[in-house]
Design a protein around this ligand. Structure first.
Ligand SMILES: Nc1nc2c(ncn2[C@@H]2O[C@H](COP(=O)(O)OP(=O)(O)OP(=O)(O)O)[C@@H](O)[C@H]2O)c(=O)[nH]1
Length: 320
């Protein structure tokens, strides 16, 4: 070995690309455009939580595979329901999970003035000191450049008020496919160096029924994770195109069972007057439609599969 100089400066030698891999989560109040942006970034690839490496407890929503990086987009518990977060103090679990990702993307719609909901989340973000925070101005296709400029200034100001700097402020339009690639380019350098954490094939090869079941399971668990930690399994019994539909108005019928362990859990899943189950249906249907690109009729039933986690025969039936 000849004389080798070691660079101590942070700038990397050009041309010698290092690989990065890490986790990002998108936060923001409902309707901010988080799901649409996730889909725009990752396409239709959906990860199956059962295959998650031990490095995260979060639900993987999608993965951006690039030659130079793997960006794993995760959901953190509670973040999908800021209404409950606003109603009660953020609990430590949420703070911890936010602190565990490598970068947080805070989604703020370009066409809506910053509101109390945004401020509440921003204030919580401010307390997560170490994690870089990227402000993502979504839905830029809905505003003109003046309105966009005002929003960018307001967001910059919000960070200053709360005593932190945004790592980046990025305007995007997921629907118009504007700057979505740039967003990925800006997130990647904020990830730690390291090899890919997920093999690429694993994510795309999953049969659609498994992905659909996983989307339903996630929606069913949302908000009740503490009460029903591992007691939910979802089985998609049938996915069939509705007959007698004109070609331009297809409908996919999906029949699925949500299995719980004990009759006492039924009420938690179904909710008062069936409201919760209905919400679970609506939410997962939206995601399934985005995933499969077709309108869906989703029929959900809750069933008790006693002690299914301990019974190998039941487990097999449930696809474990
Ligand atoms: N015009 C336009 N509409 C968008 C864009 N991104 C999202 N939307 C719309 O905004 C609405 C909310 O988008 P979602 O992606 O579901 O928002 P979300 O933050 O995931 O919402 P929750 O699941 O309620 O937290 C949907 O009707 C989207 O179609 C965009 O770039 N441009």
């Amino acid at each position: 070995m000849g004389a080798m100089s070691v660079r101590t400066q942070s700038s990397e030698p050009s041309g010698e690309a290092s690989h990065r891999a890490g986790f990002a989560c998108f936060v923001g109040r409902p309707n901010a455009g988080k799901s649409t942006l996730t889909n725009a970034l990752v396409g239709k690839k959906v990860a199956i939580t059962a295959d998650q490496p031990q490095t995260t407890r979060h639900t993987v929503r999608g993965i951006v595979h690039r030659p130079d990086a793997q960006l794993i987009l995760v959901d953190t518990p509670g973040l999908h329901k800021p209404r409950t977060l606003l109603g009660q103090r953020l609990n430590d679990v949420v703070r911890t999970t936010w602190a565990e990702v490598d970068v947080i993307g805070f989604c703020l719609p370009a066409n809506e003035k910053l509101g109390p909901g945004d401020r509440f989340i921003a204030k919580e973000l401010a307390s997560i000191k170490k994690t870089p925070k990227v402000a993502i101005v979504t839905k830029t296709d809905l505003v003109d450049s003046k309105q966009l400029a005002e929003q960018l200034i307001a967001i910059d100001q919000l960070g200053k008020e709360l005593g932190f700097e945004w790592a980046e402020i990025v305007p995007v339009s997921a629907v118009g496919d504007k700057q979505v690639g740039l967003l990925a380019d800006l997130l990647v350098p904020l990830l730690p160096e390291g090899p890919a954490l997920y093999p690429e094939g694993d994510l795309t090869d999953e049969p659609e029924q498994v992905m659909v079941a996983e989307l339903i399971r996630e929606a069913a668990l949302e908000g009740v994770r503490d009460e029903l930690p591992h007691s939910i399994a979802v089985v998609v019994e049938e996915m069939l195109p509705r007959e007698d539909r004109p070609a331009d108005r297809p409908l996919l019928d999906i029949h699925a069972f949500v299995y719980i362990e004990r009759p006492s859990q039924k009420g938690i899943i179904i909710g008062p007057k069936g409201k919760r189950l209905k919400d679970v249906g609506i939410k997962s249907r939206k995601q399934i439609e985005a995933l499969l690109g077709t309108p869906v009729f989703l029929d959900l039933h809750v069933k008790v599969a006693k002690d299914w986690q301990r019974d190998p025969r039941q487990l097999r039936k449930l696809g474990f």
